[in-house]
Ligand binder design. Structure first.
Ligand code: PLP
Length: 262
């Protein structure tokens, strides 16, 4: 007898051969959170604990075909985007997402923790102009929110203005992640004057945090697919990523992954 299908979540992102970030992190987080994960691969990275040694993006046609295969037959209850690499792929994905009736979580991935670019510089404007307007939620870190809004964020008091400026660019909600500031890991969710939510977690003394952003965005998408209201989906995802960071482990000679299976 067939079981009942779990909610379906699609990640549109890059492959991380090391298994800690990108598509691999997304699918592991989705499995851990009880949803059916599916993938549209935008680029293949050669990557390990030391960084990204190279990447190859897929043709727009291949991205479009993967997307149509999944959406037209299986259907999606939430979508998450990550590494999109080029102007052409950002444009393609934005166009595809405009026709989807499901919440879209955009992780505006720019540069990896090791400082390797995962999006060409010219594509930042395309993310701003084409992708953010189709997002339900955008989840930038401080570097990314500055790139997108032009506003520098040097302490928590500047996070609200940055979140408002981001929402002015199109997404219904913005989650500005303050994890790079000293002290507690504080993230700010903004969805209008009556929707200001802070999420705080202790900072763990653990450098094995590869894949944090991908995992958080996927966990939020999983919550949305299960029907959680957005602030609750962010709260659940924050709890999951906090445990995953606490359990991050050493692999290879560099920065290891968060623990998706905690
Ligand atoms: N590799 C890929 C394919 C990604 O999508 C991401 C996501 O941001 C990263 C690497 C970066 O991971 P991190 O900055 O957590 O090391």
């Amino acid at each position: 007898m067939a079981s009942t299908a779990p909610p379906r979540v699609l990640t549109v992102a890059g492959s991380d051969s090391g298994g800690g970030a990108g598509i691999q992190a997304d699918l592991k987080a989705m499995l851990a959170l009880g949803v059916h994960g599916m993938s549209v691969i935008t680029a293949v990275t050669a990557q390990n604990s030391l960084g990204v040694q190279g990447y190859w993006e897929l043709p727009a046609e291949a991205v479009r075909a993967q997307f149509r295969s999944v959406v037209d037959d299986i259907g999606v209850q939430a979508v998450k985007t990550g590494m999109l690499a080029s102007v052409e792929l950002v444009e393609t994905v934005a166009e595809l997402l405009a026709g989807v009736d499901a919440p879209v979580v955009v992780d505006p991935v720019g540069v990896s923790k090791h400082g390797d670019a995962l999006l060409v510089a010219e594509a930042v404007a395309t993310v701003r102009e084409k992708l953010l307007p189709v997002a339900t939620l955008a989840t930038p870190n401080l570097h990314e929110v500055t790139q997108l809004t032009g506003l520098a964020v040097e302490d928590e008091s500047q996070m609200l203005d940055a979140a408002k400026a981001l929402v002015d660019l199109g997404p219904r909600w913005a989650l500005v992640k303050g994890g790079h500031l000293p002290g507690e890991a504080a993230d700010l969710l903004y969805g209008g004057p009556d929707e200001v939510h802070w999420f705080r977690a202790p900072r763990y003394d653990n450098r094995h945090t590869h894949g944090t952003g991908c995992t958080l965005a996927s966990a939020i998408a999983a919550g949305l697919a299960k029907g959680e209201p957005l602030p609750l989906a962010v709260a659940s995802a924050k709890e999951y990523i906090t445990g995953a960071i606490a359990g991050g482990f050493a692999l290879g000679a560099g920065i290891g992954p968060v623990d998706h299976a905690w």
